[in-house]
Ligand binder design. Structure first.
Ligand code: CTP
Ligand code: CA
Length: 225
């Protein structure tokens, strides 16, 4: 790990961030993927490092530069992401901003699947491990566990259910319906959903959201010790 700054609201804190999509192999040349750019997660990792934290960023495939002063661990699949996250613990704060693929192909083919008389292949899918829920309910649970929720409808209600289901402290929810242009875009409109209630922020750049979130996280860590 790189030397952390000794000043700033997160000085002396270890922070883990997941970011980007995951890629689930179908065969050696094809994957199941999603449209996450990794911009919000990477911005949070950068902001946490700027705030003095020692940051590990576990990232799926993205076309972004590594943030400055952050240890970056690159992974492809959800299962690789879970292993990298577990290896990076313990941490004081964990932020799960990755868009983890919910399913993977049950059995990836070892050779490229060819077209043929048999018609299109059918892909049997199995569910991936839930990284956030695993860490949130695990023995090495960070003091503050933050999830994200990308929703296309009933944003706050779905986020409340996720908070409960995953056992985290806070969900940062956003509306990713195609009309908003958020997925892969520059700006983000978020709702902070916690057991205490909901706070909706105006549209901001992903960098501004990251800096404001980091201030919140630092304050929450301070209160809980
Ligand atoms: N998450 C995770 N591992 C998974 C799926 C999701 O760590 N296998 C995390 C995401 O990083 C995010 C939160 O859980 O912080 C919510 O992800 P989301 O996709 O919105 O929730 P799901 O539980 O997968 O529900 P659904 O996609 O059906 O809405
Ligand atoms: Ca999901």
């Amino acid at each position: 790990l790189r030397a952390a700054k000794t000043e700033g609201p997160l000085a002396g804190r270890r922070v883990l961030v997941t970011s980007g999509p995951t890629h689930e192999p179908i065969d050696p040349v094809r994957v199941l993927a999603n449209r996450s750019s990794g911009r919000q997660g990477h911005a949070i990792a950068a902001a946490a490092a700027k705030a003095g934290a020692e940051v590990v960023l576990v990232s799926g495939p993205v076309s972004l530069p590594d943030p400055a002063s952050v240890t970056v661990v690159k992974v492809e699949s959800a299962r690789e992401m879970l292993a990298a996250v577990e290896a990076a613990l313990p941490a004081d704060l964990a932020v799960f901003a990755a868009a983890v693929a919910d399913w993977r192909v049950a059995e990836g083919a070892e050779q490229k699947i060819k077209k043929g008389a048999g018609g299109p292949p059918s892909l049997a899918l199995v569910e991936n491990p839930d990284i956030l829920a695993t860490v949130s309910r695990g023995l090495a649970r960070p003091q503050l566990v933050v999830g994200f929720a990308a929703e296309t409808e009933n944003v706050v209600e779905h986020a409340r259910q996720k908070l409960e289901r995953k056992g985290c402290d806070l969900i940062v929810a956003n509306d990713v319906s195609p009309a908003t242009g958020i997925m892969g875009g520059e700006a983000n409109t978020v709702h902070l959903v916690s057991p205490g209630g909901v706070e909706s922020w105006p549209a901001m750049s992903k960098e501004a959201v990251a800096e404001a979130l980091v201030q919140r996280f630092a304050a929450a860590l301070k209160v809980s010790g």
